[in-house]
Design a protein. Structure first.
Length: 154
């Protein structure tokens, strides 16, 4: 797809991250950074559109973050958010990856829109290096598990 009104913009990025990006785009066969960045933006916009379709449905999933535990008050902020949203958070698991980095996996259940808002709040905390919400399925409102019976078995 050809963009009629191309706009140039600058991006401040660490050298190591840029080197990794350049390695990735070379491996993927891109001829320049602009093409790769456009594809990344399109992919992310598509992901957001798909997630937006879950707004009215109750879903289950995980919020996974990697963060620098040396960042001032990050543990307290994560705990406060968890308590503020206890109705959405079923459980969490914490792992120490390195002396500086921790992994947190938070199991969530609720309306897709609420889960995205919670994930955005957590992921945007200063010190979070990477984060992602993954919606794994929908929850029946009646609280019953729906099982489709195999017609060959009575």
């Amino acid at each position: 797809m050809f963009e009629q009104d191309l706009v140039r913009f600058g991006v401040s990025i660490g050298k190591n991250l840029l080197d990794e990006f350049d390695t990735l785009i070379e491996r993927k066969g891109y001829t320049n950074r602009s093409e790769a960045i456009r594809d990344l933006i399109r992919d992310r916009l598509t992901d957001v559109e798909i997630q937006n379709r879950t707004d009215a449905h109750r879903a289950v999933g995980t919020i996974t973050i990697v963060y620098d535990h040396h960042t001032r008050e990050i543990s307290d902020r994560l705990t406060d958010i968890a308590h503020d949203h206890h109705e959405l958070i079923l459980s969490s698991m914490h792992a120490h990856l390195t002396h500086e980095s921790c992994l947190e996996v938070i199991i969530v259940r609720g309306c897709g829109k609420e889960l995205r808002t919670l994930a955005d709040r957590i992921i945007s905390i200063k010190g979070v290096l990477h984060g992602r919400l993954v919606l794994a399925g929908f929850v029946e409102d009646a609280g019953e598990i729906v099982v489709q019976k195999d017609s060959t078995h009575p």
